[in-house]
Design a binder for this molecule. Structure first.
Ligand SMILES: Nc1ncnc2c1ncn2[C@@H]1O[C@H](COP(=O)(O)OP(=O)(O)OP(=O)(O)O)[C@@H](O)[C@H]1O
Ligand SMILES: [Mg+2]
Length: 509
């Protein structure tokens, strides 16, 4: 006799339904799991057996075979424990198979029968809903996260006995309701642009970048405030839509990085990995594949401080995700794609001593030292960066001035307006920001007049721009026009966009 219950697992950042089939046959008692289980899934046998016995329930004294279907995808983790236990309890007639036909079981078991939380519950619940299931039984720890998905009854249980009580009707457990109070969105940021004196051009460039999600490189001497400015970017990033929040939360859920009291991520991510990071940690991968920093920065910011300190081969792996907005990792049995649509913010000193190009003429580096240093950032990578910004040392008058600079909240208000314009314009195109425009959409949304064309042609020849740089200038000009609320792109918008691409000569970029 075969009994079937359902569970779910993760491939990439999406869930897929796993059928847990239990077969009991006569013969010497034994317990086997088939269907490409990894070591953790195989260990499930011991956890489930102990959990059932320690909950004072009957464990079938038969030859047990568990099949996890589809059998062609490798199963990892302890998520199937609860479903395997449920399958065995069905086979012992504790409850009927029909009662759990539309139920998904997700959870790890302790030896004493306690149901524990697992990673990646959100994408699994999204898939369960899609496939027509209407109930999730999981640990209390995961119940809030699961309840984010509307239209599913989420039953949170502490242990196997509670689950059984619920299923045989002797215990009433109300479905978990998603509580908006538990949303952790308001951890106040102390970082505000009002603390940064002067630096108007840089702030303007960062405003444009945040409004259209463009990549930025900041070049300047030590102590000019590059790190200080970058740290304040999260305070002006536009609010996330619910779909964006859900997508980001899915990635963090799969990576197991959701904080305990955090069910839905409402703030755009800001990741700033150290320069000792490996290529695999940056883009993702590993024996058990995990999203890398580029995916953890999805819909947010990846900040690379002191960019030339990163090994060249590590920087080069950024090229593909910067272009494709996703990372594809090859595995023995297939490929996994993680989304990676991030805004790259980087800071560099212009040379090893940091003072090349400075008005004080303090630089003591040789031309070849400078070339080697800045050359770590390759041409193709530089080409993908839309805004090149010079951060000059802040002037004494600005520093000592009593006047406070504009606050982040007022900059953010402008950015949110520009962002709404983009959301409206691209509602049917499946993109969110100007930086995501594809060539066909550029033709449609970035139309320019003759005067504007002439200016662009001039810049193209003067700065030896690549075709990519050309389209990137148009996208930045689109954002500048949106910040102004202008439907058309005019010559002043193009001129400002070009100005942010013209540092190459000065800094040997
Ligand atoms: N515009 C500014 N307004 C107020 N304080 C500033 C400004 N610029 C720099 N500072 C002060 O200088 C400190 C150093 O700035 P920061 O670390 O951002 O420089 P940096 O450009 O990143 O230097 P490095 O290249 O050495 O990393 C800041 O912590 C801040 O106290
Ligand atoms: Mg710094």
């Amino acid at each position: 006799m075969i009994y079937k219950v359902n569970s779910c697992s993760i491939y990439g950042i999406n869930g897929y339904i796993v059928d847990v089939e239990v077969d009991l046959s006569n013969g010497l008692p034994g317990f086997d799991i088939v269907g490409l289980p990894d070591a953790t899934v195989k260990e499930s046998k011991e956890r489930v057996k102990a959990a059932i016995k320690n909950s004072e329930l009957q464990f079938p004294q038969k030859r047990i075979t568990i099949n996890l279907a589809p059998a062609n995808i490798k199963k990892e983790g302890s998520v199937f424990d609860l479903a395997i236990a449920a399958g065995l309890l069905v086979s012992s007639m504790y409850f009927l198979e029909e009662e759990v036909r539309k139920t998904i079981f997700l959870g790890e078991l302790s030896l004493d029968g306690t149901v524990k939380g697992i990673k990646g519950i959100l994408p699994m619940c999204i898939e369960a809903k899609k496939q027509g299931f209407n109930r999730i039984i999981t640990s209390n720890e995961n119940a809030q996260e699961a309840a984010l998905v509307c239209g599913l009854d989420v039953i949170g249980v502490n242990n196997l006995r509670e689950m059984l009580g619920f299923l045989d009707g002797s215990l009433i457990i109300e479905p978990t309701i998603f509580s908006a109070e538990k949303l952790n969105c308001n951890d106040l940021d102390d970082w505000d642009f009002k603390d940064v004196s002067g630096q108007h051009t840089v702030k303007r460039a960062l405003e444009i970048a945040a409004a259209g999600s463009h990549n930025v490189i900041m070049i300047g001497p030590p102590g000019s405030g590059k790190t200080m400015l970058a740290r304040r970017i999260p305070s002006i990033l536009p609010d996330m839509s619910f779909e964006e929040s859900l997508e980001v939360t899915k990635i963090y859920s799969v990576a197991g990085l959701l904080k305990e009291d955090e069910n839905l991520i409402l703030k755009r991510p800001f990741r700033s990995p150290h320069h000792t990071i490996s290529a695999a940690s940056l883009v993702g991968g590993g024996r058990i594949p995990k999203p890398g920093e580029v995916s953890l920065s999805h819909f947010g910011v990846l900040f690379l401080d002191e960019m030339p300190e990163f090994p060249k081969h590590v920087l080069e792996v950024l090229r593909q995700p910067l272009e494709d907005e996703c990372v594809t990792i090859s595995r023995v049995n297939g490929t996994i794609t993680y989304p990676a649509n991030f805004m790259l913010i980087s800071s560099v000193n212009p040379c090893p001593c940091g003072f090349y190009g400075d008005e004080s003429n303090r630089c003591s580096c040789t031309p070849s030292q400078i070339k080697n240093y800045i050359g770590k950032i390759s041409g193709p990578l530089m080409d993908r960066i839309d805004l090149h910004v010079e951060v000059k040392p802040v002037k004494f008058n600005d520093l000592s001035s009593e006047a406070r600079s504009e606050s982040s909240s007022s900059i953010k208000a402008r950015i949110n307006r520009a962002r709404d314009i983009q959301l409206n314009r691209y509602s049917k195109d499946g993109i969110y920001f100007n930086s995501q425009l594809k060539p066909k959409q550029i033709n449609q949304y970035c139309k320019i007049g003759l005067k504007e064309k002439a200016l662009l042609k001039n810049a193209f020849e003067k700065f030896n721009l690549s075709a990519r740089a050309f389209t990137r200038i148009l996208k930045v000009a689109r954002t500048i026009a949106d910040l102004e609320g202008s439907d058309n792109i005019y010559i002043n918008h193009i001129a400002e966009a070009i100005q942010h691409r013209s540092l190459d000569k000065k800094y040997m970029l």
